[in-house]
Design a protein around this ligand. Structure first.
Ligand code: T4K
Length: 422
């Protein structure tokens, strides 16, 4: 899969791509496939496929054991889990959240006609800046959604003290943070509730899936009802609800992934360290760090490209990598405030989001996980090093190729807001 790099010519200059197959960010990890298939056999035999079956219940119990949270209510995905949590907490009016997140966090509010109010981020952690929350709070504000971006926890103490002072409810989008700890407690125990994602691309995958974890029994009960159309019993609907249920097959995958979780963390950590040592010392190239005293899941390899020090900027590096079949991603570019419908609703939001604008233009996510070997990591880093060393001539080529060189799935519409800073 990895080709020889005999000459220093890059694919963007006309050489064959370094990787013959695409190297994806977000390739799913598969743990014990035999054990998963056994579970599938059992499910088929049992003929209980969904609606709170035994595998779902076992999965939920194991999530509680691992996080220490009292209740886990599994869901079909994290987006629906966010929507249900927002509704169960009775959030309405305006809710403050970061713009630097996957668009699902904002959509879960807007879908329910609640106004997402975008706060700027702390430039170090890329998580919501608590000082901005104070500035954005209005009489219409009912809550705050913090997002533990890349699995690095928000400043929960500060957020929750602001919320207490101002009578706001706090929940967290913990889609990236399953298996991580914060101040000695596992993620899953903060705010009113936390939402996990078990999407195929996530640290723990159940094909598609999510969960709400909480220590609040009343909220847990409400969420359980809402997940199943509001049914309290046969023929008895006592609540407005939807279909947010996880299937048995998804739970079987989730359970199997849980059993392989320690190995996954070890592998992720080793990949992270390999990237770290390969990229060390490159000007303007910085791998985000995790607090080793806590328990990170090391699921994302996130590199900040500071164009004031690096000879190539983030977009240039991503274009070079794509030409080599390394499908690096620009998560989270553009920030939610530059996506529809928010771009039209709040055309001036960018004025209040300088750190979001800056980081969205700098961050690049590289492939990791089971499908990326040490040799592949060395290959990816060698491309980056070669590109930086040849930056002057590459800039000329990139300029000429600009329209064709654009990665296929990036945002191509002309933005009404001004261009990003570098
Ligand atoms: N909150 C946050 C903070 C989130 O990051 C997310 C999801 C959510 C909430 C919502 O969670 P869910 O409702 O999904 O449970 C991907 C994921 O689809 C999305 O789950 C994730 N965040 C986001 C950060 O990344 P896209 O639009 O970039 O997906 P896509 O299809 O481009 O896939 C990413 C890469 O993974 C591709 O290069 C191909 C590779 N891939 C993907 C799948 C699904 C595979 O190799 N195999 C696969 O099966 O959003």
């Amino acid at each position: 899969m990895i080709q020889n790099f005999a000459s220093n010519q890059l694919a963007i200059e006309g050489a064959p791509p370094r990787f013959s197959e695409p190297l994806h960010v977000g390739r799913p990890n598969v743990c014990d496939s035999q054990r998963f298939l056994e579970r599938v056999e059992e499910i088929l035999e049992r003929r209980w496929f969904t609606n709170d079956g035994p595998v779902v219940q076992e999965f939920e119990r194991k999530i509680c054991d691992l996080t220490g949270a009292k209740h886990c209510i599994s869901m079909c995905n994290a987006t629906v889990a966010l929507e249900i949590a927002i509704r169960a907490l009775d959030l309405r009016g305006e809710v403050i959240l970061p713009s630097y997140t996957f668009v699902a966090t904002a959509h879960a509010l807007q879908w329910q006609e609640i106004t997402p109010v975008f706060a700027d981020i702390d430039p170090i952690t890329c998580n919501i800046d608590p000082e901005c929350i104070e500035r954005l709070d209005t009489p219409r504000t009912t809550g705050i959604i913090g997002v533990h971006v890349w699995g690095r926890p928000c400043n929960t103490q500060r957020i929750e003290s602001i919320a207490r002072k101002r009578g706001l409810k706090v929940m967290y989008d913990a889609a990236h943070a399953f298996g991580c700890s914060h101040e000695g407690r596992m993620i899953g125990n903060f705010g009113e509730c936390e939402v996990l994602s078990f999407h195929a691309t996530k640290f723990l995958n159940s094909f598609e899936g999510g969960a709400i974890v909480t220590n609040n029994a009343e909220l847990a009960e409400k969420v359980r009802l809402m997940r199943n159309f509001g049914f309290a019993d046969y023929d008895q609907v006592i609540y407005l609800g939807t279909n947010g249920k996880m299937t048995e097959i998804c739970a079987a995958m989730g359970l199997t992934s849980l059993e392989g979780m320690d190995d996954l963390i070890e592998l992720n950590k080793s990949n992270y360290e390999d990237y770290g040592s390969e990229l060390e010392g490159l000007p303007g190239i910085e791998l985000i760090d995790y607090v080793p005293a806590e328990k990170p899941n090391y699921h994302y390899i996130v590199v900040r490209v500071d164009a004031s020090r690096s000879p190539l900027d983030r977009d240039e590096l991503v274009t070079v990598l794509h030409a080599e079949n390394v499908l690096a991603r620009k998560y989270f570019w553009p920030g939610c405030h530059r996506m529809e419908p928010y771009k039209s609703l709040f055309p001036n939001a960018y004025l209040l989001l300088p750190q979001t604008e800056l980081r969205a233009a700098q961050m690049m996510v590289l492939p990791t996980g089971q499908s990326v070997s040490r040799t592949a990591i060395a290959g990816v880093c060698e491309i980056i090093k070669t590109a930086l060393a040849q930056a002057k001539q590459l800039k000329r080529i990139l300029k000429q190729k600009a329209p064709q060189a654009r990665p296929p799935h990036v945002f191509t519409k002309t933005l009404e807001c001004p261009p990003f800073p570098n």
